[in-house]
Design a protein around this ligand. Sequence first.
Ligand SMILES: [Zn+2]
Length: 280
Amino acid sequence: MFQDIAPHVFNNEYDRRRPAPSDYLVLLDGRKILLSGDKKLPTAADFEKFCPQAVSEAFYLFSIDETGFFFTHTPFEEREEIPFRYQNIMVLRDMESDCLAFGAAVAAQLGEWYSLHRFCGCCAVPTVHSDEERAIRCPSCGHLYYPRISPVVIIAIVDGDKLLLTRYNRSGYRRHALVAGFVEVGETLEDAVRRETMEEVGLKVKNIRYCESQPWPFSSSLIAGFFADVDGDPSVHLNTDGKEELSEGIWVNREDLVIEDNSVSLTWDMIRKFRDGLVP
Ligand SMILES: [Zn+2]
């Protein structure tokens, strides 16, 4: 999956180190990230040539092996002579098992969080970075802000030898998927599994069991994947309240499952597990 970068090692302890020439620099423009034509991040050495201020203002995010990833708020405009362009961060999703794509996506997640916390939400004064940890501090009221992660559940709904595949209306993703959704305030993961399943496909489920998890930086999420058995009538009723998320919900026999996606997503890892009889 996306986060499986072994033998490379993701180190996310906070540090105050400065960029070395071969370290990577993350620059964002909204949901776009500055990348080369082959979807690589610029290095600090690249930016010493184009915009040294971006390097001097960069701060450390994490490293993969010995290579650091740094973020800078320094505004930077594309120029014809510079071989980097702002590209939608979702291009990183389609790079199979590439530790640099994973690093760039997690760096973009943190960069977006830093960008959204430049001012205190309590008293609106400019914030500063904590000296001790990955946190933003308000110098006026002392409020500390930590990166927020939004939990998501993905549910593989099973009826004997059949798995329920869906297709989403939103987000341009046209391959099949599983039922999924954000956990809401006050819910357990299992509550979210039952609610999302009823809301999206009109099914009751039982025997909810945890399978595996995945950090998903594109929505600042941690995804928890569950298998669940349909409870009672397996007829699918797609939500038709006018904001329906799914365009399709179909039962597919184990032997008819076709793997449509590369290996980065938990959804397809779970579909593969069902096909191969590896359901928990
Ligand atoms: Zn404040």
